[in-house]
Ligand binder design. Sequence first.
Ligand SMILES: CC(C)(COP(=O)(O)OP(=O)(O)OC[C@H]1O[C@@H](n2cnc3c(N)ncnc32)[C@H](O)[C@@H]1OP(=O)(O)O)[C@@H](O)C(=O)NCCC(=O)NCCS
Length: 142
Amino acid sequence: MSKNFETGWAITEDWGFLSTAGVIRLSEAILRRKIEWQEIIVACKEQSQVGYAHIDYLWSYVPFIATIWVGESERNQGVGRTILAFLEKDACMRGGEVIYSSSQCGEVEPQAWYRRVGFEECGILSGHNEGVGEILFRKRIN
Ligand SMILES: CC(C)(COP(=O)(O)OP(=O)(O)OC[C@H]1O[C@@H](n2cnc3c(N)ncnc32)[C@H](O)[C@@H]1OP(=O)(O)O)[C@@H](O)C(=O)NCCC(=O)NCCS
């Protein structure tokens, strides 16, 4: 298992990676605002970006992982877990107790990953995703 990667808040130099990687395409204005507000975490391996997470804040203060993505060839090496650990540490320092995330109903792989890294199901957003629904996950942190 490789561990030679670094994780931190996205910087403007990550713009190219963030605008093309993963599955979610945010507008340039939102992406730039999220970088400026430290709402995107990027993981790098040998100075190349290999994964990211977009963070939103429920009620303006509870972290919600809107997206987490790791490049296919870099998966299962602990990158996702390290991105999560970075967010947990930041949330703890702000006095947070929980982190939320979600996954489309029926997407079993990401759901298994969330459970593996300590999240538990805490509800369903019915009707989202053209009626399929979205499972909400919560992880208690300390
Ligand atoms: C989900 C995702 C971010 C995980 O990233 P990753 O870097 O491969 O995850 P890690 O290597 O940190 O995995 C942490 C642990 O979960 C396990 N794991 C990895 N993928 C898993 C899966 N699909 N189901 C169950 N466990 C999984 C790993 O074996 C590891 O176990 P351990 O550390 O306890 O031995 C990555 O698979 C991905 O980008 N998927 C596509 C996008 C996606 O579905 N994102 C989530 C919804 S937004």
